[in-house]
Design a protein around this ligand. Structure first.
Ligand code: SF4
Length: 278
């Protein structure tokens, strides 16, 4: 292996990057890949559990990259304004910067860094990392090899790793309070992890008092969102959409795609973030 090359693969705690790690291990065993996880400090317990299992499978530790300043520090820097789709400071400061700081010395030494990213064949690629440096090379093995969502499911299941546990109630990894989550996911967070939900509520209250224009979920506060009547509405709406989608997908009995329906499918894929949610 050349000393002028380094191979890295970022794990988000999500299913796609986990499947990619397995896939690379099975198909490109000659590559010595460093796996890493950028920890925002606000991750679900299920994410750590899933990464632990994955480490067992890979037989290699997953490097934890911690930002030198945490969420609370950056929140203050941004005047207590919650991160939002419009002002997504969280990903920049807590996910991308720690990665850039980590690889900077390698690039400076003239080492080419190959980064493997889990964009699937059935997804568009919206340049998550803009490789500003010539020596940073982004590879998309799933896209190149035609691995789609059912392909990822197959990799996870046949490896024995299975799905991350949060998948029962939420489709993506990332911070407990990620503003990209759907209202049904907020409701479920309040049911599954009431402490994390309370923490999110406290951040929101503080932000609103400091004049932040953003609530975590668009158009309503978490207090409003968890009023019993509103919860019923959100759950009913979710069920209605799910039934409709299932009916639409039932046409192909050979590929039971209905089994792979997740929250993102029900509401339409939002602009996801490669660093946090793959
Ligand atoms: S998971 Fe969501 S809240 Fe967390 S860093 Fe990523 S975009 Fe921001």
């Amino acid at each position: 292996m050349s000393h002028h090359e380094k191979h890295v693969l970022g794990l988000s705690g999500g299913k796609d990057s986990a499947a990619l790690a397995i896939y690379m291990r099975q198909n490109y065993p000659e590559l010595d890949i460093d796996y890493f996880f950028t920890d925002t400090g606000k991750e679900l317990p299920e994410v750590y559990e899933f990464l632990g299992k994955l480490e067992g499978f890979l037989g290699k530790p997953i490097l934890r990259l911690n930002p030198n300043r945490d969420f609370d520090y950056w929140l203050k820097q941004y005047n207590n304004f919650l991160p939002s789709a419009q002002t997504r400071w969280c990903t920049r400061q807590l996910k991308l910067k720690p990665f850039e700081d980590w690889i900077k010395p390698f690039l400076a030494e003239g080492i080419a860094v190959h980064s493997y990213v889990a964009i699937r064949a059935d997804e568009p690629y919206r340049e998550g990392y803009n490789a500003k440096q010539d020596n940073l090379k982004i590879h998309l093995p799933f896209k190149n090899d035609g691995i789609d969502k059912p392909g990822v499911a197959e990799i996870l299941e046949s490896s024995g790793l299975g799905w991350p546990k949060y998948y029962e109630w939420r489709s993506r990894s990332g911070c407990t309070f990620c503003f990209y989550q759907q209202k049904i996911e907020w409701v479920r967070l309040s049911e599954r992890h009431p402490e994390a939900f309370e923490e999110a509520k406290a951040y929101e209250k503080d932000a609103l008092e400091n004049g932040s224009p953003f609530t975590w979920s668009q158009g309503e506060s978490l207090d409003e969102l968890t009023k019993p009547e509103r919860v019923r509405q959100i759950k009913d709406d979710y069920e209605r959409r799910l039934l409709k989608l299932k009916a639409k997908k039932r046409q192909n009995p050979l590929r039971p795609e209905a089994e792979l329906i997740d929250v993102d499918d029900v509401y339409g894929q939002p602009k996801f973030c490669v660093a946090c949610h793959k």
